[in-house]
Design a protein around this ligand. Structure first.
Ligand code: URA
Length: 240
């Protein structure tokens, strides 16, 4: 693909605007040599105004979603995309959230422009474990872990029971729940099904990838090993 189109597809501007950037000598190699629109050069060596380019297609990133942000490109109000560089919204292929977190849920959110990767993560067959920490309005009764693990819990207005899920009580009103599915409002509805109410919900890990110490609102690109760690299977292997 031509250099102009490659840079335009990263959201830096229209092809016309990027062509102008070349004319103005703003696109260089790592040594500061001006590049021309038909030059052949690897991504890592390109600089725009002296800065390395954003990652090429194949980008996967983790974001610490704060509460109050919506996983959508066009809702009114704060969007998770507002936490990323504005040009990320103009990338082609486009950057999508890997599943969704509710507006009132915080924690680990993945975004990628790699459709195959996205489907691999959300596919029920992949069994990727999503681990949540829930703060509850009522004390745990004590029977929730067995019920959630049973594979028989049926949520309101659904026709198939939930796959087994692991609950770990951390305090009378604090629990971690590991689920492999991603049904609508699943965690909140699971606690509602046992007569409780989720006051705060935070996703701490997906597969073997933990949110770690990434501050709220911050993001970073994932490395190859981190992407592979998403597919570390069992709930026990989830750490962090
Ligand atoms: N379950 C929920 O209820 N909400 C989320 O945001 C994620 C899982």
């Amino acid at each position: 693909m031509k250099l102009v189109k490659r840079i335009a597809n990263l959201g830096y501007g229209s092809r016309k605007q990027v062509t102008t950037m070349f004319r103005e000598g703003r696109v260089t190699d790592a040594a500061g040599e001006v590049l021309y629109a038909d030059d052949k050069i690897e991504h890592e060596s390109i600089r725009l105004d002296g800065e390395p380019l954003d990652p090429p297609p194949g980008l996967a990133l983790m974001l610490h979603k704060p509460t109050g942000y919506t996983c959508s490109t066009k809702d009114a109000g704060r969007l998770v995309y507002d936490l990323l560089p504005p040009r990320f919204r103009l990338r082609d292929p486009s950057l999508s959230t890997v599943g969704r977190l509710d507006r009132d849920t915080s924690g680990l959110l993945l975004l990628t422009d790699d459709g195959a990767l996205l489907h691999r993560i959300i596919s029920p067959r992949a069994n990727v474990v999503k681990r949540y920490r829930a703060t509850l309005a009522e004390d745990l009764r004590g029977d929730e872990a067995a019920l959630f693990a049973s594979g028989t819990l049926m949520l309101d207005s659904e026709t198939t029971p939930l796959a087994p899920a692991q609950l770990e009580a951390l305090a009378p009103r604090e629990a971690e729940l590991s689920i492999t599915e991603g049904r609508y409002h699943q965690v909140r509805r699971m606690f509602a099904a046992v007569g409780n109410h989720v006051l705060a919900l935070h996703r701490v890990a997906i597969g073997g990838l933990a949110l770690g110490h990434l501050p709220p609102g911050a993001w970073r690109a994932l490395g190859v090993d981190e992407i592979a760690s998403l597919f570390e299977t069992s709930g026990e292997s989830v750490s962090g």
